[in-house]
Design a protein around this ligand. Sequence first.
Ligand code: CO
Length: 197
Amino acid sequence: MLEDLLDRNSRWSSEKSAQEPGYFARLATRQSPDFFWIGCSDSRVPANVVAGLDPGEVFVHRNVANVIHSSDMNLLSALEFAVDALKIREIIVCGHYGCGGVKAATEDLPHGLADHWLEPIRRLARSYAVDLATAETEETRRDRLAELNVVEGVRRVAETPIVQRAWKLGADLRVHGLIYGLADGRLRDLNCSIGRG
Ligand code: CO
């Protein structure tokens, strides 16, 4: 298993170097990605692959159900580095339909630690209960909740002192919300962008 992975890496690295001599040496000197991606850990939604981006083009943070906790040191450290050091202008919060984390948040407890992690999604489901109740199927309801989680995530990222400070200093910085369809491989803009530029 692990040997397969190492073999695949070795083949990939050789092919890449053959196609573009000096590729890795160039990439090793610095990174200047245009995007900071905050997405779900789901193996079916790898940022680089679904966005068609090469190594070096997107800075990534992923967690279960792309939840933005305003006290998450992991996320905040990545966000601060993206905004202050890498000067990234486009932040993307990306959710996906068929999200297992969102599903877990709509089920009865307990899922262990995940129930703490997913609490913001449960809260959203309570706040939008009337709206969500109009969904025809359970699946549609969860997908709508996944969209709401992205919109809320965009708002929360925009409210962080890191982003607020960047805007005060005049940075061209935007936060966008996208949702990915597992069934068709397409990213959709939820039209909830915040920011200038
Ligand atoms: Co997910």
